[in-house]
Design a protein around this ligand. Structure first.
Ligand SMILES: Cc1ncc(COP(=O)(O)O)c(C=O)c1O
Length: 353
């Protein structure tokens, strides 16, 4: 039943974004749950390629929306699912995953390197080794993650014509790198702007110090699916700024989205303001429901010391990536590799082969 069911399911109905015009030169790609696209495509490809057999176990490490997408796809395709997560996973998401039949394993301690991600990968490798024939989607390294975004580029170009700039937050790298690569087949000049946060290693900061309050983007290990040569500009947005921008996106445009959408909106709104003659598209990866007791709750924001009265009007330009904690900064990455910009290889690399 697998492939046919995935083809005509609730997952299909939700997989593509709604195209939302925020201004005449600013478009939002508003996903109910963006990770459905890579989850569905990766599982479909694994079935087609004979890597995943009927009823075979799927195992993955995730503390966020990829797990939810995978749980929906796995349930419909009749595969058991083992997810390795960490204490940052919120209780409602965990309950939803379990309701969909997933086993959710929480690692309690960070690994020797790579924070919780390192510890999660270790458990994942043990589970895969114990279960011959099991399949791991590996969203951080699997090329079918960026590969899954072709329909979005097609949908966007059909709805809006030539796009000048794409802005999106970067976690695994799949969405911005995937959509940009397809859009550039049509519009090679497309600007790609990546949005990261402090203490994420993706664009050259170190993850030392207290963890990241803004989740869903950034990483403590370097995902192989981040193709650094995609990016013209890179921004680092602080948690408080992202939260405030999320609320403004809701108040001004009635778009009820999560904080990675807010971070991307902050950057895209600035770019569109500075470039009125260009058409900018911005990725909104999920909806606001998961964040009603956090980002949408002023008391929670206050308790985190993350409640802002106003947003900075513009970012500070950096002449090189570094560990500075400016509320909002950017660097002209200019489609170079990590090694070209940083003069050293990316480390620590996210290694699952
Ligand atoms: C809510 C949310 N926003 C943004 C991202 C980043 O997207 P990508 O992994 O495609 O870089 C993720 C990744 O998990 C996410 O869960």
């Amino acid at each position: 039943m697998s492939a046919a069911v995935i083809n005509s399911s609730f997952v299909d109905a939700l997989a593509l974004p709604r195209i939302v015009w925020l201004r005449p030169n600013l478009i939002g790609l508003s996903f109910p749950l963006m990770k459905l696209l890579p989850a569905r495509y990766i599982v479909r490809k694994a079935i087609e390629d004979g890597e995943l057999h009927p009823g075979g176990l799927i195992a993955e490490t995730t503390s966020g929306t990829f797990g939810l997408g995978l749980a929906m796809v796995a349930r419909l395709a009749g595969h058991p699912l083992f997810l390795v997560s960490d204490p940052a996973i919120d209780a409602p998401l965990r309950r939803r995953l379990q309701d969909l039949g997933a086993t959710v394993h929480i690692v309690e301690k960070t690994g020797a390197s790579g924070g919780y991600q390192g510890a999660r990968l270790k458990v994942l490798e043990e589970v895969l080794a114990r279960n011959p024939g099991s399949f791991c989607p590996r969203q951080y390294t699997n090329p079918h993650n960026p590969g899954s975004y072709a329909p979005v580029a097609e949908q966007l170009s059909q709805a809006a014509g030539a796009i000048d700039c794409l802005v999106g937050s970067v976690g695994s790298g799949g969405s911005v790198c995937g959509i940009s690569s397809y859009l550039r087949l049509l519009f090679p000049e497309l600007m790609a702007i990546g949005v990261d946060t402090h203490r994420s290693v993706i664009f050259g900061q170190s993850d030392a110090g207290s963890g990241r309050l803004l989740r869903g983007l950034g990483n403590s290990l370097m995902p192989r699916n981040v193709d650094h040569t995609t990016f013209d500009l890179v921004h680092w947005v602080g948690a408080a700024q992202a939260f405030r921008a999320t609320r403004e996106l809701h108040r001004e445009h009635a778009v009820f989205a999560g904080p990675t959408s807010g971070a991307a909106y902050l950057v895209a709104e600035w770019w569109a303001r500075e470039h009125p003659d260009q058409l900018t598209a911005v990725i909104f990866p999920d909806e606001g429901y998961r964040y009603q007791d956090t980002v949408y709750d002023d008391a929670w924001l206050e308790a985190q010391g993350a409640r802002l009265e106003a947003l900075p009007a513009q970012p500070v330009e950096w002449d090189r990536p570094h560990d500075g904690d400016a509320p909002w900064s950017f660097y002209r990455w200019r489609r170079r590799t990590f090694a070209e910009v940083m003069q050293k290889p990316a480390s620590p690399e996210l290694v699952p082969a």
